[in-house]
Design a protein. Structure first.
Lengths: 323, 337, 323, 337
C-alpha cells in the first residue's frame, strides 16, 4: 500500500502542526501565560499522525493526559485547542477542561484524560456503538507505557477481545511514566501481554512515520473487517519533561539531544520523502512555514481572547437539572 | 390495575423502553447468563432475575453479558452513551463501586462539564443496595450518599414497584448519567403497577402521608418504615407527613422545606452510615432554611457507624426500625409546644 | 519428590474435611439453618489441599468468596468456621464476617473475600512483608476464572513481577463464574497471560491432587528461593451451584454426574494411593469416618451455640476510636 | 522554633518515624523516582517533593516506587499492614481513588470488623486534595466526605505545617487505617515546627480563635481562610471562635457542640461539593444537639455543586472566599439578638 502525495502532505502538515503547537505551548507556559498541568507530545508526532491517517469520521480515539498531538491528528481545530489551554471562553471546551480534558466529540476525539488508564474502557464503548450500528467504525485507545500497567487497561483488552470489538490499543512507550522507566515498570512485554489476551500485537519504531502508518493500516483494516482488537507497541520518546516544569533529571545526560539528532520523527520523514522524491524540500519547507504561522496565530488569538463568563461556573453540570 | 413485584416492574420498564428505542442496550454480569455455557441460555436473567426474558426477546446484541471487569464495562457503557447509545449497565451490588468508581465519577459524571457542555451521557447504572439479606459487610451497603455528593450524577431511590417502573423509564430517557438504586429487600414487594409506559419526573418528592404534628423524610426502603410508623402514630392520634424524595440528586428542596416548615418537627430516616449521609444533608438544609419555623431539633435515624455485620441478630439491630421512628416522632411532639 | 505417608494422610484428611464440611453446609442451608450467600467448594478439594500442603506458618493465602476449602487446607479450625457460617459469637470472626469473610490471620489465612479480585493485591502485601522481613515466606492468591478478568488481578501480576515478590497466583478455573463459562469470558489463556507479564505459568489438572501438589511444589520452591511470582492454571469443577440456591441450569444435563463419577478428586486420590499401596483402603475409610464425625460435631456445636451479644454491633470498628 | 514548610514538615515526620521504627515503609508512584532510569536516582522524591531524600537514607527496600497500579499497591500496603508492617502509601491525588477505592473501603477499612476484631491494619494513605492549582476537574477534588462516611477509616486534614508533622506521626503510630489529606495549596506554607518528634492526638479539635459572637468551623485549607476572616471581623469588633477539627473521623463533637452552644451562631466552611459533605455533617450535628442554644440558622459555605473548572477565573470563583465567611458571620450576628 502506498501513500499518495496528498496524504503525505497532510501527514507532514499535521506533524508540523503538533511540533509547533507543543513548542509554542512550552514557550507560553515558561512565560507564565498558561496555567495548570501541561504535558507535551513533541517527539511523538508520528504515532498520532501515523495512526490517525487511517481514520475518518466514523472512527473515535480516546487520548491520555498528553493529548494535544492526538487531537491535532484527529482533526481538532488548533485554535480552539490553544484557547482551551489558555482557559478561554471560546476554547474547545469553553475553558472548563484545559489541556488534560481537551475533547471534540464531533471529530471523534473522546477526550484527553486526567486519569491514567481512563481511556481504554471508554473507547470500548465507542467501538461497541460502531459495532452495534454497523458503521464500520473503529476505535483507538492511546495508552502510555505507564498506563499499560493500570487494571482498567487490561480489563479493556479482555473485554475488547471477548466482545470482538473493533479496538486498537496503541501503547505509546516513551520510555518513562513520570520519572519511572518503562524498562522497569512493565513486567513481560507489551506484545506478550496482547498475545496473552488472545490479541495480535506488534512492536513498531515510533520515530518512523512510515512504520507506524503501515502497522496501523493493518490493524485498522483488521478491525474494520470484523477481525477484532489488536495492539501496537509504539516505541518513541518525549522531548520535554513529564509536565512543564519537570527538570527531567531521570534522563541520562545528552539523551534528549541524541534522540533529537538521530531519530527525530520530522527529520526522518523529510529524509525519507526527499530521498525517494515523493515530496520536494521546498514543498516541505512551505508546509512547515504554514504550520508555524497557523500556530503563531493560534497563540495570538488565545492570548487576547476572553475568559469565560462568571456565570459559566454553574452551567453544563447537567443537561437538565432542577436545582 | 395489575399487581406486580418490584422486580417485574423493573423488568417491564426495561422491556418497554427497549421496544420503543433501539438505542437502549443493557449490559452486566450474568444479566442474561449462560454465556458460552452448555446449558440454558438466559440461565440467570440477572443475579436477582430482574433482566430475565430480555435476551430471548432482544438478542445478545442488546443484552450483553460481560466478564467480571466492572471498570471496563461500566466505562464501556459510558463511552457508548457519549457516542449515541443509551446503555443501562448493571453494577450487581453497589458495594462493587470500588473497582469502577473512576469511570462513574471522573468520566461519565464530568464529561459534560469538562467538555464545555458538548457531551451528552445518557447512561443508567442500575445497582442493588442495602442491608437485610445476611450478606455481610461487602454486600449490604447503601453508599448513595457518595454518589449524591458528586456533581454530574443523578441519584434515584425508588421505594415501591410503582416508582421502580416510572423512575426507571425516566432514567433511561434522561440525558444525564443516572445511578439507579434498588434495595434488595424490595424485589418481592408487590403493588399496583400500570401496564402502560409512564414516567415519574426527577426532583419531585412524593408525599405519602399528610399530617400536622411532624414530618418524616425517608429514602428508598426506609419510606415503607416511615409509612408504617406514621400509620401507627396516626392510630394514636399523632399525624405525620411522610416525604419520599424519590431522587436525592436532584432533590425536591421545595417540598422538603415546605413540609418541614409546616410541622416544625422533622425526623430524617436514612439506612446509610451516619457521617456525611442524606440524613445530615436534609437536616442541614432544613436547619439553614427553616430556622424560625422549627419547634424542635431535627432527629436523624440512620444505620450505625459500623460495617454491616453478618450475624442475623446483629444485622437486625443494625437496620433502622419502625419503633425508632415512632419514638423519635413522639419525642419531638413532646417538645416545643 | 515423594509424599510421606503422614503427608498423604494429612492431605486426605483435609480433602475429606472439606468435602464433608461443604456437604453439611449444603444440608444445613437447605434446611434453613444458615443464612446469607454461601459458595461451596465441593469438587475442588485437591487444589486447596495440594497447594497448601507446601505451606507453613510463615506463609499466607488470600482466598475468594468460595473460601471454606482454602481455610481448612491452611489449617483453620473447622468448628470455628462452622460457627462463623452460622453467625455465632464464637465463630472465627465472632459472627460478624460469615462465609464470605471468614479469616484467621494467626494461620496466615487472610480472608475469604466478597469482592471478586479483592485478594491478589492483598497477597502482594503479605509477600512484601515476608520479603522485607526475609522470613522465606511465600504468599498464595487463589483466583477464580471469573476473577482472572478483574483489573486488580492483572495489576497484581505486574506488581509481583516488577517487585519480584514471592507470590503464586492459583487460578482455580471451575468452568464458570456464576453462570458464565470461562471458555467465553477469558480472552487468551491463563498461561499465556502469565507469560505476557513475564511469569512462568502452568496448566494443571485440578482433579488430580498429585498433579497440583507437584506443580505447587515447584512454584513454592521457586518463590521461596527468590525466583519470583508464577501462576498455576488449575482446571477443576464445582459440584454445587454458584451459591446455595442456584439451580445451575447453565450446566449441561448430566455434567455434574459425569465429573463426579470420572474425575472426583477424592476418588482419584484413593485410587492412586491404594493402587500404589501408599495407603490402605481401611486406613482411608478411617480417615474419612473421622472427618465426617468432626464435621457432624461442628454442625451440632454451631446449631446450639450462642449468637453474638447485641453490644458486639459497635465493637471492632476501630482499634482505638474516640466516639 | 525553626520555621518549616508544610512539605518539609511532612518529610521530617516521615523520616523520623522511619528512623524510629523499621516497620514503617513507604510506597507510591515516583516517591523516590528514577526507577530503572539512566539518570538521577531519587529523581523526583514524590510528585511534589514530599518524600525527597528518604530513598537515599533508607534504601529502595523501604522506599518503594510502584508501577501505575493503584489498586495493586494500595491493596499491597493494606496486606502488608495486616501482616506486621506499618506502610505509608501515597495516592498521588485523591481524585485517583476511583481506581483503588475497593482496597481502601471494603478491604483495609473493614478487616477488623469482618474478622471479629482479630485484624489490625496500621496503614496510612497520604493523598493530595483541593482546588487552586488550575488542575481542573480530575485533579482538584476534596472527596474527604466520601472517606468520612466509611466506618473503619480515620480521616485527617491538617491545616498548617505544625499539624502536618504531628498528625502524620500520629497517623503512622495509629493502629487503624488513616486517610491523610494534604491540600496542594498548603505545601509551601511555612510555620514554626519543632525539630523533635511530637504527635497530635486524633479527635481533638484546635480552637484557633476565641470569640463570643459566632463560631466558624472549618476544615483543612479552609481553616486559614476562617482565621483570616476572624481577624478581619475582630478588627471590626465582631469576635469569632474558629474551630479546626483536624480529624473528621474521629470528630471532636464536644468542642464543636460546646463552642456552638456558647455563641449560638455557626458558620461551617468546607471546600467540598455541597451535598452530603462535612458542612452538612457538622450542621446536622449541631442542629440535633444544640437546638435550644442556637440564635440563628447554621450557614454552610462550600464549593458549588459543579466539577472544578480549569479556567483560572472560574476556579477562583469556585473556591470559598474569606469575604463569604465574613459576610456569613455578619449576617448571623445581625440575627437573633
Ligand atoms: C490513575 C492515575 N494515577 C496516576 C496519575 C498521575 N500521572 C499522570 S501522568 C503519569 C505518568 C503516565 O505515564 P505514561 O502512561 O507512560 O504516559 P506519558 O506521560 O509517558 O505520556 C502519572 C503517574 C494519574 N493521572 N492517574
Ligand atoms: C467485584 C465483584 N464483581 C462481581 C461480584 C459478584 N460475584 C460473586 S462471585 C462471582 C463469580 C466469580 O467467579 P469465579 O471467579 O470464577 O469464582 P467461582 O465462583 O467460580 O469460584 C461474581 C460475579 C463480586 N462479588 N465482586
Ligand atoms: Mg510514558
Ligand atoms: Mg469460576
Amino acid at each position: 500500500m502506498q501513500l499518495s502525495r496528498d496524504e503525505l502532505r497532510t501527514a507532514y502538515k499535521r506533524m508540523c502542526l503538533i511540533r509547533h503547537f507543543e513548542d509554542a505551548v512550552h514557550e507560553e507556559f515558561s512565560a507564565g501565560n498558561i496555567p495548570g498541568f501541561v504535558h507535551l507530545y513533541a517527539g511523538e508526532e508520528s504515532s498520532a499522525v501515523g495512526v490517525c491517517a487511517h481514520l475518518d469520521d466514523r472512527d473515535a480515539i480516546a487520548s491520555t493526559h498528553r493529548g494535544h498531538g492526538h487531537c491535532i491528528a484527529k482533526g481538532c481545530d488548533p485554535k480552539g485547542m490553544m484557547l482551551e489551554i489558555f482557559g478561554k471562553k471560546d476554547g474547545l471546551c469553553g475553558g472548563k477542561g484545559g489541556s488534560m480534558h481537551i475533547a471534540d466529540l464531533s471529530k471523534g476525539m473522546m477526550g484527553a484524560n486526567g486519569i491514567v488508564g481512563g481511556g481504554p474502557p471508554l473507547i470500548c464503548g465507542a467501538a461497541l456503538t460502531a459495532k452495534y450500528r454497523k458503521t464500520g467504525g473503529v476505535a483507538i485507545a492511546f495508552v502510555g507505557d505507564g498506563a499499560s500497567n493500570q487494571g482498567t487497561t487490561f480489563e479493556s483488552y479482555n473485554l475488547a477481545k471477548v466482545w470482538d470489538l473493533p479496538v486498537i490499543f496503541v501503547v505509546e512507550d516513551n520510555r518513562y511514566a513520570e520519572s519511572t522507566a518503562s524498562a522497569w515498570s512493565v513486567g513481560g512485554s507489551q506484545v506478550g501481554r496482547a498475545n496473552g489476551f488472545g490479541m495480535p500485537g506488534e512492536e513498531v519504531d515510533g520515530h518512523d512515520f512510515f512504520a507506524v502508518w503501515e502497522s496501523a493500516r493493518q490493524a485498522v483494516e483488521r478491525a474494520r473487517e470484523g477481525g477484532g482488537p489488536s495492539l501496537l507497541h509504539v516505541k518513541l520518546y518525549r522531548y520535554y519533561g513529564h509536565f512543564e516544569g519537570d527538570a527531567s533529571t531521570y534522563k541520562a545526560p545528552g539523551e534528549v539531544e541524541q534522540v533529537k539528532t538521530q531519530f527525530d520523527a520530522l527529520d526522518m520523514f523529510k529524509q525519507r520523502v526527499t530521498e525517494t522524491s515523493l515530496l520536494g524540500p521546498d514543498e516541505l519547507e512551505d508546509i512547515e512555514r504554514e504550520a508555524r504561522e497557523i500556530i503563531t496565530d493560534c497563540v495570538a488569538s488565545a492570548a487576547s481572547a476572553d475568559a469565560p463568563a462568571n456565570s459559566d461556573l454553574l452551567t453544563d453540570v447537567y443537561v437538565d437539572y432542577k436545582f | 390495575m395489575p399487581t406486580k413485584s418490584f422486580r417485574d416492574a423493573l423488568n417491564e420498564g426495561l422491556r418497554q423502553e427497549m421496544e420503543r428505542d433501539d438505542r437502549v442496550i443493557i449490559m452486566g454480569e450474568d444479566i442474561a447468563g449462560g454465556m458460552g455455557a452448555p446449558g440454558e441460555d438466559d440461565a440467570w436473567g440477572g443475579p436477582l432475575g430482574v433482566t430475565k426474558g430480555l435476551m430471548p426477546q432482544f438478542g445478545r446484541e442488546r443484552v450483553l453479558d460481560t466478564p467480571i471487569s466492572e471498570s471496563a464495562f461500566i466505562g464501556c457503557a459510558a463511552g457508548a452513551a457519549v457516542t449515541g447509545l443509551r446503555p443501562v449497565a448493571e453494577l450487581m451490588f453497589v458495594d462493587f463501586m470500588g473497582v469502577c468508581f473512576d469511570q462513574i465519577f471522573n468520566q461519565a459524571a464530568k464529561f459534560r462539564y469538562m467538555f464545555g457542555g458538548k457531551a451528552t451521557t445518557p447512561l443508567v447504572i442500575r445497582t442493588m443496595y442495602g442491608a437485610g439479606f445476611r450478606a455481610a459487610s461487602q454486600h449490604s451497603q447503601c453508599l448513595y450518599p457518595l454518589f449524591t455528593h458528586i456533581p454530574g450524577l443523578k441519584v434515584v431511590l425508588p421505594s415501591n414497584p410503582y416508582e421502580a417502573k416510572g423512575l426507571l423509564i425516566q432514567a433511561i430517557r434522561d440525558d444525564d448519567p443516572v445511578m439507579f438504586f434498588e434495595h434488595k429487600v424490595l424485589y418481592d414487594d408487590e403493588a399496583d403497577v400500570p401496564d402502560e409506559i409512564y414516567t415519574i419526573p426527577f426532583g419531585e418528592a412524593n408525599v405519602t402521608r399528610e399530617g400536622d404534628d411532624a414530618t418524616v423524610i425517608a429514602f428508598g426502603r426506609m419510606v415503607n418504615l416511615a409509612n408504617e410508623a406514621a400509620d401507627k402514630l396516626g392510630a394514636a392520634g399523632i399525624t405525620v407527613t411522610v416525604v419520599d424524595p424519590r431522587t436525592t440528586s436532584p432533590l425536591d428542596k421545595e417540598t422538603i422545606l415546605e413540609t418541614a416548615s409546616e410541622t416544625g418537627r422533622v425526623v430524617v430516616v436514612d439506612e446509610a452510615h451516619p457521617r456525611c449521609n442524606l440524613a445530615t444533608d436534609i437536616s442541614a438544609l432544613i436547619c439553614e432554611n427553616c430556622f424560625d419555623d422549627m419547634k424542635a431539633p431535627i432527629k436523624q435515624i440512620t444505620g450505625p457507624h459500623a460495617p454491616v455485620p453478618f450475624s442475623p441478630s446483629l444485622e437486625d439491630l443494625y437496620i433502622p426500625k419502625v419503633e425508632a421512628i415512632e419514638a423519635a416522632v413522639r419525642e419531638l411532639v413532646g417538645k416545643g409546644h
